[in-house]
Design a protein around this ligand. Structure first.
Ligand SMILES: O=C(O)CCc1c2[nH]c(c1CC(=O)O)Cc1[nH]c(c(CC(=O)O)c1CCC(=O)O)Cc1[nH]c(c(CC(=O)O)c1CCC(=O)O)Cc1[nH]c(c(CC(=O)O)c1CCC(=O)O)C2
Length: 362
């Protein structure tokens, strides 16, 4: 028996499975975060990773945007960089700079310094606790999304030691040390699979995998160093859950910038393909239909800098392009810290209003 409160709004889950919906569900990447004054208030008292590691705080900030807006999903407050930490790497979140690894991987010999087979419940159990607590506190209002970074994106942070405009150090590895790179990607894949299975068992109802740095790879390199591992993750997470008599939860893959990969991603076991704002919804839609997949996206986050009227206009156009069915509305990437909550609300309301009208006409 499901230990959690019954769902009152399962639009997200139905859309992910391509089922009929009365309106398009909507949420936003980074919907909990610095653009919200109440989040900044929490952060003024606790550092970033303390918020992630304290289930009550992670739960509180996860729920904050839902108190303001009619969002159709919550996403657990955490970060993709908790996995390098679980492998034994130090990660600092430096204000104004972002994540910094004081001791990044420099040569393939450094792979040996990693704790390649961490006890996931011990190292990341705080995320599982936050998920279970948040499911209870949500009282079935909306589904809860769990997430992880994808192997290539995590590998690139672990080698660069921070964000980068070129990712030249990590791309150097792909060309100069291809076998060692694959060894690292495999270690990450094994950990990610266990981590996502743990999240689903803790109560996450959809799992999103972020390949945020996909766009730095050409198609051939993407296929070998990203797609191969992304495919393994979806398939192995689902197999693990089935082997434990748990119904697999839907999974979304978001490979930012990887335009050429929409069709190959649609041929994997992911249920939803996330599109960034530079990708064409109509083109992606015909591909998704061919493989029975749903799509997520893809308003340009910068559109939220415009007026509420222009947000509503652009959103209505995007909703029309996706066609209502098998669509989860989102931004094409995350919220920025200087955005106004009211402008995200304008997006949420416009998705609901325009999609209800569109679906009623169909
Ligand atoms: O809303 C929620 O409940 C969860 C929000 C969330 C945060 N991190 C991620 C998510 C999931 C989501 O996007 O919905 C996931 C994430 N962290 C990083 C990346 C990769 C990347 O940006 O390169 C991703 C995947 C999604 C994506 O592509 O955006 C890495 C990262 N983490 C932080 C930073 C610094 C920053 O200033 O944002 C970065 C690097 C960004 C870059 O180099 O461009 C820290 C961080 N993580 C979250 C927050 C809250 C917020 O956005 O305000 C922050 C800021 C740290 C702070 O509070 O000081 C939450």
């Amino acid at each position: 028996m499901d230990p959690f409160p019954a769902m009152k709004n399962d639009l997200l889950l139905r859309a992910a499975r391509g089922e009929k919906v009365e309106k398009v569900p909507v949420w936003a990447m980074r919907q909990a975060g610095r653009y919200l004054p109440e989040f900044r208030e929490v952060r003024s008292k606790h550092d970033f990773f303390t918020v992630c590691r304290t289930p009550e705080l992670a739960c509180e900030v996860t729920l904050q945007p839902l108190r303001r807006m009619d969002l159709d999903a919550a996403i657990i407050f955490s970060d993709i960089l908790v996995i390098p930490q679980a492998l034994g790497m130090e990660v600092q979140m430096v204000p104004g700079k972002g994540p910094v690894f004081p001791n990044p991987l420099v040569t393939p010999d450094d792979i040996q310094k990693l704790n390649a087979t961490p006890d996931i419940s011990k190292e990341l159990g705080y995320v599982f606790e936050a998920i279970t607590l948040t499911r209870q506190k949500l009282e079935g209002k909306v589904p809860l999304i769990g997430f992880s970074g994808a192997p290539w994106t995590l590998m690139s942070y672990m080698i660069e030691g921070s964000g980068s405009t070129t990712f030249s150090k990590s791309r150097f590895w792909l060309y100069r040390y291809p076998e060692e790179s694959k060894k690292l990607l495999s270690i990450l894949t094994d950990v990610i699979v266990k981590y996502l299975v743990g999240q689903a068992k803790a109560g996450a109802q959809l799992l999103q995998v972020f390949e945020s740095h996909g766009g730095f790879l050409d198609e051939t390199i993407f296929n070998d160093f990203s797609l191969f591992y992304l495919r393994r993750i979806a398939s192995e997470v689902k197999q693990h859950l089935i082997s434990e008599d748990i119904t697999p939860v839907p999974m979304t893959v978001f490979a930012k910038g990887a335009h050429y990969a929409v069709e190959s991603l649609a041929q994997t076991e992911y249920d939803v393909i996330g599109l960034d704002w530079t990708m064409d919804p109509e083109k992606a839609r015909s591909t998704a239909q061919k493989y029975n997949k749903s799509l997520q996206g893809n308003l340009d986050p910068a559109a939220l800098y415009g007026s509420c009227e222009s947000i509503a206009q652009r959103t209505t156009e995007i909703v029309r392009k996706f066609g209502g069915k098998g669509h989860i509305a989102n931004l094409g990437h995350g919220m920025h810290p200087d955005m106004e909550p009211e402008h995200l609300n304008a997006f949420v309301e416009a998705v609901h209003k325009s999609s209800e009208e569109l679906i009623q006409k169909q």
